[in-house]
Design a protein. Structure first.
Length: 475
RNA sequence: GGCCCUAUCGUCUAGGGGUCUAGGACGGAGCCCUCUCAAGGCUUAAACACGGGUUCGAAUCCCGUUAGGGCCGCCA
């Protein structure tokens, strides 16, 4: 089995493309097949190196890999040769109709009104071509013979289209450059692609491809068309309409784990039939089957305020929690760096990772959850934050003075800190919580923070005492 | 406009004639746990687009309507 993913470098890799690639990869891995990555760069007008780079960037981030790589622009000879082979076999003809500048005319089925071109004798066709008259090579779709083209799609089942409803599509442009249909089919045949998994927008093109494969005398690959990804506004997800929210690099930069993203995207239009949603890569491979692919389009649930589907974020958080402290620290490092934390390193992040692991959903949230671990001095906070439940500033002061005292001699471990602070609270007749809260705010600079004892242990005695002293001075 | 595809909670979905007073997940609401916040546990609101058939029986099969989507380029 050989599958292929064939992006055209006309923009960054977007979610839909990523999903197509992931499904291809999964299908191949599940069935011991080969993944071919083919850059469909035949549209010289629109291709850019920047686009190609960003597609590779997105693909590499997914961290799935591929087995073979091809670039269509390097295979033009094959495509051209195949087109002329079809011509020689009588399945294509030269159309000398000048290119229309009128778009409406172009959309109005020019070919129907140029039956004459279809019927041009080979002699006249050759003569006009030899005279240098520009032409486009068109496929001669069988007409008036009741031909029906049947596609047995692995997802949509048997679909049929009358050949009479298919226009005479182009194989070669007037520049001699092969079109997408020609290049794609010639390559699929040459690369011995056995299964084509692609977006449903190509379902209607498949009939043309069947015609090309037949004219080429090669076996028709099996197809599996995937339901499309839609935006909440009801339109097909697109770079142009929906902007960077559809780019996989947006997910990467926001702090998604590659696998968190992969897992989410897999659930769009496919289900493992076992009520489980959080799946490891291996589980995905083991469970993947075309039977689980849905036929209806799937809508990604994002808004202007929140560009990410809540389920994607949740799944990412789930996978985040499976990471060990060192693993999470490694993932966190670039985001901590970007947040401008002073003196960050994997080593310093490692003890912090378990403290924020259950409190972040995206890696980027390290910026707002772990900042106080790296601040030389806490940013200013409202002194009233120090006030404990059912207490006042005076109580806060009592608590902090006591904390300072017991912490000076405490063992900086979870149990040591626990005993010291609870004991201290008892001595000054405070509830444990009334002791904890002022200390928490004193060392973290805010009320919402990771568990106190672990936090103090990471911060260490010197920093903890220093911050508590600062808080006392504030009162 | 022509051809084609699709239609279950807000979103992703299970379901393939009786087990459906329609299941799960996210998100929402509530409760529990608890040193704050999370995480976790429990509970809860929320859907078969509509109309006709077929059948003893339809979310499930058929037809139509409606809605959405795709294709109809010398784009891919």
């Amino acid at each position: 089995m050989r599958v292929r993913f064939a992006p055209s470098p006309t923009g960054y890799l977007h979610i839909g493309g990523a999903r197509t690639f992931i499904f291809n990869w999964l299908y191949a891995r599940r069935n011991g097949g080969t993944v071919v990555l083919r850059i469909d760069d035949t549209d010289i007008e629109r291709n850019t190196q920047v686009s190609e780079d960003s597609i590779f960037e997105g693909l590499r981030w997914l961290d799935l890999g591929w087995d073979e790589l091809y670039r269509q622009s390097e295979r033009l000879d094959l495509h051209t040769k195949s087109a002329w082979q079809i011509f020689e076999a009588g399945h294509a003809y030269r159309d000398f109709t000048p290119m229309s500048t009128d778009e409406a005319a172009a959309a109005g089925h020019n070919w129907l009104f140029n039956a004459g071109m279809r019927e041009l004798s080979r002699e006249e066709s050759d003569r006009r071509a030899a005279a240098g008259e520009p032409f486009v090579l068109r496929f001669r779709v069988p007409r008036g013979v009741g031909r029906e083209i049947v596609v047995d799609d692995l997802v949509y089942g048997k679909v049929v289209k009358a050949a009479d409803d298919i226009e005479d599509f182009a194989l070669l442009r007037s520049t001699g450059v092969p079109t997408y249909h020609m290049a794609s089919c010639a390559d699929d045949a040459d690369l011995r692609i056995t299964h084509i998994l692609r977006g449903q927008e190509h379902l209607a093109n498949t009939y043309k491809h069947v015609l090309i494969f037949e004219a080429l005398g090669v076996p028709v690959p099996q197809t599996a068309h995937l339901p499309l990804l839609m935006a909440p506004d009801g339109a097909k997800l697109s770079k142009r309409k929906h902007g960077p929210v559809v780019s996989v690099t947006t997910y990467r930069d926001a702090g998604f784990l590659p696998h968190g993203f992969v897992n989410f995207v897999c659930l769009l239009g496919w289900n493992p039939k076992n009520d489980r949603e959080k799946l490891s890569r291996q589980e995905l491979v083991d469970l993947f089957s075309l039977d689980g692919i849905n036929r209806a389009n799937a809508t990604i649930n994002f808004t202007d305020e929140d560009p990410f589907d809540p389920k994607a974020v949740w799944l990412n958080a789930e996978h985040l929690r499976d990471l060990s402290a060192p693993e999470l620290a490694r993932e966190l490092l670039p985001f901590a760096d970007k947040a401008g934390f002073a003196g960050v390193s994997e080593e310093r992040l490692t003890p912090i990772a378990p403290l924020i692991r259950e409190r972040i959903r995206l890696l980027s949230e390290v910026a707002t959850t772990a900042d106080f671990f790296f601040a030389a001095e806490l940013p200013p906070y409202d002194v009233n934050e120090l006030i404990p439940q059912k207490g006042d500033l005076a109580m806060a002061k009592v608590a902090l003075e006591k904390a300072k005292e017991v912490l000076a001699g405490a063992e900086f471990t979870h149990d040591g800190l626990d005993a010291a602070l609870r004991g201290g609270a008892e001595q000054v007749k405070l509830k444990a919580g009334q002791m904890f809260q002022p200390v928490r705010v004193a060392v973290c600079g805010r009320k919402v923070a990771p568990p106190l004892f672990e936090t103090l242990a990471v911060l260490g005695r010197d920093v903890s005492l220093h911050r508590i002293q600062k808080a006392i001075e504030l009162i």
